[in-house]
Design a binder for this molecule. Sequence first.
Ligand code: FAD
Ligand code: MLT
Ligand code: ZN
Length: 565
Amino acid sequence: MTCRQPLTPVLRQLTRTTSFELGRQSSRSQASSLARTAAKASAASGSRRCFSSSQPRPLKATASVRQAQSKDDFTSTKYPEIKRDERFASLTPDHVAYFRRLLGGNGSALIDGVTGEAADDLAPFNSDWMRKYRGHCQLVLKPSSTEEVSKILKYCNDNLLAVVPQGGNTGLVGGSVPVFDEIVLSLGRMNQILEFDEVSGTLVAGAGVILEVADQYLAERGYIFPLDLGAKGSCQLGGNLATNAGGLRLLRYGSLHGTVLGVEAVLPDGTVVDDLSRLRKNNTGYDLKQLFIGAEGTIGVITKVSIQCPQRPAAQNVALFGLASYENCQRAFREAKSQLSEILSAFELMDEGSQALVHQVTGSKRPLESPYPFYCLIETSGSNVDHDSEKLQNFLESVMEQGIVADGTLAQDETQLRSLWSWREGITEALGHLGGVYKYDVSIPLSQMYQLVEDTRARVAEAGLLGDGEEHPVRAVVGYGHMGDSNLHLNISTRRFDARVEQVLEPFIYEWIAERQGSISAEHGLGLAKKKYIGYSRNPTMVGLMKQIKRLYDPKGIMNPYKYI
Ligand code: FAD
Ligand code: MLT
Ligand code: ZN
């Protein structure tokens, strides 16, 4: 199966959903009408409400992407303290000739800026999704088989050429693009779905398969990919594993450390590690595949993936609530877990700042009549429509009666379901449209989670950096995230990247998190952005063990240098 050309933008037009406001009717009658809507919605949905769209969608280029780039944008200029490792060789025409012979005459398998002019073609491989990091890569290689990956890596290892594996290049920590002149190894041509077992739900696929393509393939067979995220139209399975992506339904389907059954990977010396097991249980020695999950391309290249996929839920419902306080969001989560238990598949948090930015960028009509300080998006996924709607009705009634939720809207069909999701999924892209973003993806105990946003906002304001006019680099400090996983996304939206902002934010945020025993990276990884801050979340013994693993697998250090640890 090859990937099709994606077309549809991520931010979809919001169609109006049914909304109820407390105060207009008694909470009891309101709860009942909302509950009736839930029942109607479930009935109308029939037996299936699938969430994947018909085509994979690439993320739209951000406003900053379209801006002309200057030499100041290079990572090496912005961070002069990072020095090129002089052990690495520089690319020569002889190296390029070797790769050209290896990958065949097919011009599309190689972008060569060493022996010719290819600046425009190289540009997208050199810049990350946020336009925060930019490298000087002169050669992109696009192998189509494990054997080619193996030969490329062996040659690079023998000749001390540094390599950056790249999937969909949607990573948010600067891990997927080179810093200097590293070769980009792009996995996009390894995009075959190789096997699917319709009884067990085991999928085996090439690392370059786009996540949404895999999910569509599964949808046609009654299954679902156990990971979903806003970048699904562009990111690839190999990249998902390499970052141990979390996404929107980790609450339900768990981490990739649990769902991935097997991995095929190539080590820097060309050794093919065939651990492409299809078994759920296999206690024969160390579980080495786990090392590649979350390794961010620092110990080898993932070439194939075997993953356990659950049955696609027959019934899905989505509701979006407005809440007056973060305290109420916590109460709503507690109630959702206790009342919706096994059908709860997502519990997401958005603050008003994040929703105002989505509105500013899309111009879409907002789902609720008035703004609220906080919003929670709840999704249920189950196998029995009647059972699910009854549970949801009871839940809605209860949170309204208790005054936890101030306003709510429930999707009545799939279009509305997607529309509600777009207010959550679209935040990242909206932020990208508005300029530079400093992103912090953190795990903190739920009770303290939103305090970080408030403290950061106060600090940036005190420094005189936050405000409406052009003279203020910071437009807004917003928070959203996977509340069900205690994972907050703190984002500082700027009019332009400004070193003063970074100095106010770091290490302040990392210290704040360390004091509360949180993690400085819940799901995006370390990449370049967090390499030097790992000590805030991991003790010296752990970091030491990680460095030993890196040295064992990649003794010459050619894999994704300058990043991770
Ligand atoms: P890339 O960005 O290309 O690479 C990421 C890292 O993996 C790099 O270090 C790269 O070297 C390495 N790598 C890539 N492919 C391979 C391979 N085959 N073998 C070895 N190493 C490899 N992340 C989440 O966790 N949850 C979210 O909800 C989420 N939502 C997002 C929404 C948007 C709009 C965007 C832009 C990003 C989001 N992300 C999220 C971040 C990102 O999409 C994920 O990290 C994704 O898994 C990266 O996949 P990719 O194919 O784009 O990898
Ligand atoms: C998300 O949950 O939307 C993603 O992790 C991306 C982001 O943090 O913006
Ligand atoms: Zn996330």
